[in-house]
Design a protein around this ligand. Sequence first.
Ligand SMILES: NC(=O)c1ccc[n+]([C@@H]2O[C@H](COP(=O)([O-])OP(=O)(O)OC[C@H]3O[C@@H](n4cnc5c(N)ncnc54)[C@H](OP(=O)(O)O)[C@@H]3O)[C@@H](O)[C@H]2O)c1
Length: 117
Amino acid sequence: MRILVYGAGVLGSYLAHVLVRGGNEVTVLARGKRAVQLKTNGLVIRHYFQRRNTVDEVNVIQELTTDDLYDLIFVVMKYNDFPSVLSILAENQSSNIVLVGNNADALGMRNENSRKK
Ligand SMILES: NC(=O)c1ccc[n+]([C@@H]2O[C@H](COP(=O)([O-])OP(=O)(O)OC[C@H]3O[C@@H](n4cnc5c(N)ncnc54)[C@H](OP(=O)(O)O)[C@@H]3O)[C@@H](O)[C@H]2O)c1
């Protein structure tokens, strides 16, 4: 599958690693220094208890445009960060978007976003 992981922190990076190893075509949306790291070194993960490092190749983008189509988008960030990306996701034409995070109030976010329109 063609999958976007939107948010390249701890959880998003590990999710991207697992998805790559599962044979998917994975793109990561990252910003700032993290985007540079991923482009330069690949997706490097230190598996602490297994005492090994893995490096995976991922596509890296820094913004999501309306026409970037994915089979699946995982949005992996802190609860407070979701509102800043909802309008970007709403404009994108991909059909399957999964918000991953603690305290994600999907109904509340939908209602709040609807009121702004
Ligand atoms: N880590 C865990 O062990 C763990 C366990 C259970 C649940 N969770 C939950 O999983 C979620 C993700 O946790 P995490 O530990 O992966 O958080 P994290 O390391 O802080 O990663 C969040 C990522 O989202 C990015 N981000 C935020 N706003 C963005 C935006 N507008 N555009 C692009 N990227 C954006 C951040 O980029 P910047 O660095 O540029 O801000 C950061 O890379 C949270 O809800 C957390 O509560 C985490």
